[in-house]
Ligand binder design. Structure first.
Ligand code: GRF
Length: 202
């Protein structure tokens, strides 16, 4: 299955996908293209080192968000992408884009949704005093972090945690869970029934 990974930042999740899927000939997954909205995203360097084509699509270079989305769509078509993986991609898509790729865009979020959605989930978790946090992988819908949940993993929150230590613990789980979910998807094992995502036996 040809996938695209969209990333705005350091790309450690992209690296996990490269190492565990792209470089594994038996995974059935090829990262056909990496797209970023930031020229300086380290994710682009990781992709280039793995020989994966990269594209930078910046919001400021387009008259509006529909035009931005259309450019991304054009690239996805060019690489015959079947599944879109958001890995720290910090831009929201317009509803038309979400509808076009319904059930074909997956995101990862550093909390146990529906707790702590949005861009500040780790500091929000600490500020709230939650004792458990984790990772959620889900299909995106038109809302913010509201789509059907595919898989979750939990981590403890310790009294002396700061953002860095909690994020580090969460990242360890992300780097296991995301490649696992993409593997399931490539193997045709995910079935969406209403809000529920069923993982079928292989
Ligand atoms: C991850 O924590 C992910 O949950 C969130 O953005 C972060 C991206 O990290 N959506 P990285 O760029 O993959 O290191």
């Amino acid at each position: 299955m040809k996938i695209a990974v969209l990333a705005s930042g350091s790309g450690t999740n992209l690296q996990a996908l490269i190492d565990q899927l792209h470089h594994d000939k038996n995974s059935g997954v090829e990262i056909a293209v990496v797209i970023s909205d930031r020229r300086k995203a380290y994710a682009l360097t990781r992709a280039k080192e793995a020989g994966i084509p990269t594209h930078v699509v910046r919001v400021r270079d387009f008259p509006d968000r529909d035009a931005f989305d259309a450019e991304i769509s054009k690239i996805l078509d060019r690489y015959e992408v079947e599944l879109i993986i958001l890995a720290g991609f910090m831009k929201l898509f317009q509803p038309a884009f979400v509808r076009k790729y319904r059930n074909r865009i997956i995101n990862i979020h550093p909390s146990l949704l529906p707790a702590f959605p949005g861009a500040h989930s780790v500091p929000d978790t600490l500020a709230y005093g939650a004792k458990i946090s984790g990772v959620t992988v889900f299909f995106i819908d038109e809302g913010i972090d509201t789509g059907p949940i595919i898989a979750q993993a939990s981590v403890p929150v310790f009294d002396d945690d700061d953002e860095e230590s909690l994020f580090k613990r969460i990242h360890i789980e992300e780097h296991k869970l995301y490649p696992q979910v993409v593997r399931w998807c490539a193997a045709g094992r995910l079935e969406i029934v209403g809000r529920k995502v069923l993982v079928k036996e292989s």
